[in-house]
Design a protein around this ligand. Sequence first.
Ligand code: SAM
Length: 466
Amino acid sequence: MIKTGNILLQTGSENSDDLWKQGRLVEVEITDLSDTGDGVGRFGERVVFVPDTVVGDRITVRLLRVKPQYAFGKLQEIITPSTHRTRPGCIVADKCGGCQWQHIGYEYQLEAKRNLVIQALERIGGISAPPVDAVLAGDSALGYRNKSTYPVCLSSTQKVQAGYFQKGSHQLVNLNQCPVQDARLNPLLSEVKQDIQGRGWRIYNEKHHRGQIRHLSLRVGRRTGEMLLTLVVKDGDLPGIEAQAEAWLKRYPQLVGVSLNVNPDRTNAIFGEETRCIAGKSFLREVFADLEFQIRPDTFFQVNTEVAELLLQEIVGQLDLQGNEVLVDAYSGIGTMSLPLAKLVRQVIGLEVQREAVEQAAANATLNQITNVSFQMGEVENLLPQLAVTPDIVLLDPPRKGCDRAVLDSLLQIQPSRIVYVSCKPATLARDLKVLCADGYQLVRVQPADFFPQTAHVESVAFLVR
Ligand SMILES: C[S@@+](CC[C@H](N)C(=O)[O-])C[C@H]1O[C@@H](n2cnc3c(N)ncnc32)[C@H](O)[C@@H]1O
């Protein structure tokens, strides 16, 4: 047992079952970062996960959720800070659950993200020494988000609040600005809350499933400055919303549209199925890869426009397209990848499940006079086996859960000569690559990209050849 300050604590060398209990204070050195962003320390043979720490920290940690071989703990005291620590660029970084890595220097964030991708490919994918490049990063690690969606709550003094939940809870951290979002959205965030308060609109209470306003969603076109404001409501009944929406459009010249999205369900999903434009336009304009895109409030668009464009350039560089290829863009969204790639190949077929996204993708193709692209609506798992043509290249960009097994089986049947797999979760990427690499595909290269600075999230693109 040793003493630091006035805290008595145990070190791993004195390890025994008695010390491995909820509420105990132990001393550990952080030697790794987990895929959820927590620091990882060892206490004897056991592992402790501690948020708000970084490799090189020597800390005392209070054990909270204790399992036989591992525990989750709360940082109590930093005995020796890591050289990778930095001052957070956000005043609520210690509370807010939006970012996990504000306290980590940016260079080290990039190194840690590459390690996360390598570890996932090795441990889950069974790929030894995977060919993972240095992480691609944009010019700015702050102010990069083109979209933010905040839960709305009432404080104990009945004040309207919007922000992110505290780490591991449903307690809201009220924000008037957020340093990772595009700064042009900050005035909207603070002032719209005041207007909601002034109108007396009821705020949704998730426990009782009563009230109206659930979320506030802000979106900006990085290249055009056009903004959209969307209120997610329980059933759409907001007295005076039309007049308020017009007032917002007048007050913010860059705001081009105000919409209501209706989500009547008891669910963690943010958006419901119905989106109604109340004033202005139902989309903003953005420029991506030298093309014009119309983006609605409720369809997917990468939150980091600049780095998404860098990733697209990597894909184009790696594919070395000759102009005669047929490319399938599976999980094509509003055509963000399909349209720029269509200019470089013979034909692109986009596959996408969301009706609004398919409609928007087709409209974006027309807007840019791109005629060698078509979009099919449905699940990739159903559409891929029924394709009328055999693609040379399949681009996959699924949600975090990765590809359905049926999609991988179809690919192994169709056997495109190249597969490009864009992923926002290394664990599911590794799981799916294991299936493809066990049956005729070779992993050529993985390029991670930092779409989400200050968080533990990492995007990657993996290139496979048959
Ligand atoms: C990560 S986004 C990628 C969108 C697009 N590739 C881009 O870069 O903007 C995933 C997209 O897949 C769609 N999606 C999710 N599950 C799907 C499925 N089973 N079949 C087809 N599309 C799906 C979502 O609606 C979303 O547009």
